[in-house]
Design a binder for this molecule. Structure first.
Ligand code: SAM
Length: 294
């Protein structure tokens, strides 16, 4: 027979994290408590800007329930280098964390460098689902260049997937390069050259150029074109408004939008494949395209 006590225990074991959090906090504050957060490795990014009283205690409760070593106030990612703006630690001390994804370990400092949880899966290159590996399958590439390598989001997977190829990973931010070098070493990558520079200063020729950037990716296509070998491939990430893309329903996502095809045509590229990575704001999509040099 189930006693009252054992039933209470079962209920509390099934409590969702947010219920556990609210159960530990004064009910007058519940309306302002965030129901969403991002857990990156063992650190949680959370928006407590609406909380005026007991912010530190509340952050500590989130840390306990979510098993996080630190809580960081959600902030803007800004500028060309996509850096988080002045990071505020609400609980704990550390901002360096480690993430494991598709067999790769990435270390990074969340006070200095962004990590996009929504790109999980897409960073898997050859190690992930077929829909993604199809984008990242290249015919015996000799050289692959990642123009916006960051801490190795994509380039480490590509180095692993193409052990015969040379991977050139470029990033302008010295902090990213510091972690990229560490991550390459920690993942025993031996076929990667790491360059701290603006990608437009690097003239090396390649069979594949990866443009893992959002904002003005198109501005880098001319340089990529001049560096691509004949029949070379560009993997192009960008965000576009859904109505510009002509996306109305889910079934449209895999098709190549005509306007996008035309735009890439003006840059002398043919669109081979097109997919949505994720929503990027309410009416915008982060997309990926595979482009062939005409
Ligand atoms: C933050 S990443 C994009 C996010 C990443 N794709 C992900 O999956 O989370 C963009 C990187 O491009 C770098 N960057 C920006 N402009 C650059 C340029 N002109 N040349 C080389 N790197 C650049 C930034 O320093 C940054 O590390």
């Amino acid at each position: 027979m189930e006693t009252r006590n054992s039933r209470t225990k079962k209920v509390s074991r099934r409590m969702k994290p947010f219920e556990q959090i609210t159960s530990k906090i004064d009910s007058e504050l519940h309306n302002n408590l965030p129901r969403k957060w991002k857990k990156i490795g063992d650190i949680v990014i959370l928006d407590l800007s609406n909380i005026k009283k007991e912010k530190e205690n509340i952050a500590e409760i989130y840390a306990q329930v979510l098993n996080a070593k630190s809580i960081i106030q959600k902030n803007k990612i800004s500028g060309e280098l996509r850096k988080p703006e002045d990071t505020k630690i609400l609980y704990g001390k550390e901002t360096v964390t480690e993430i494991s994804e598709y067999g790769i370990k990435y270390k990074l400092d969340l006070a200095e460098i962004m990590w996009s949880p929504g790109n999980t899966g897409w960073r898997s290159a050859l190690s992930g689902p077929e829909k993604i590996s199809e984008f990242y399958t290249f015919d015996k590439p000799k050289t692959i260049i990642d123009y916006f390598a960051g801490i190795g989001y994509f380039s480490i997977q590509m180095a692993k997937g193409y052990p015969e190829a040379e991977i050139i990973a470029i990033d302008k931010n010295p902090k990213s390069i510091e972690y990229l070098s560490l991550n390459a070493k920690n993942n025993a990558i031996e076929n990667m050259e790491i360059i701290n520079d603006d990608c437009r200063n690097i003239e090396t020729k390649a069979d594949v150029i990866h443009l893992g950037y959002i904002g003005n990716t198109i501005d880098f296509l001319e340089h990529a074109y001049s560096c691509l070998n004949d029949k070379g491939t560009v993997i192009f990430h960008e965000a576009y408004r859904n109505n510009w893309l002509g996306f109305k329903s889910r079934s449209d996502w895999g098709t190549v939008p005509e306007k996008f095809s035309k735009l890439m045509g003006t840059k002398r590229f043919t669109v081979e494949k097109f997919e949505r990575v994720k929503f990027y704001g309410p009416s915008t999509s982060h997309i990926i395209a595979r482009l062939k040099k005409d």
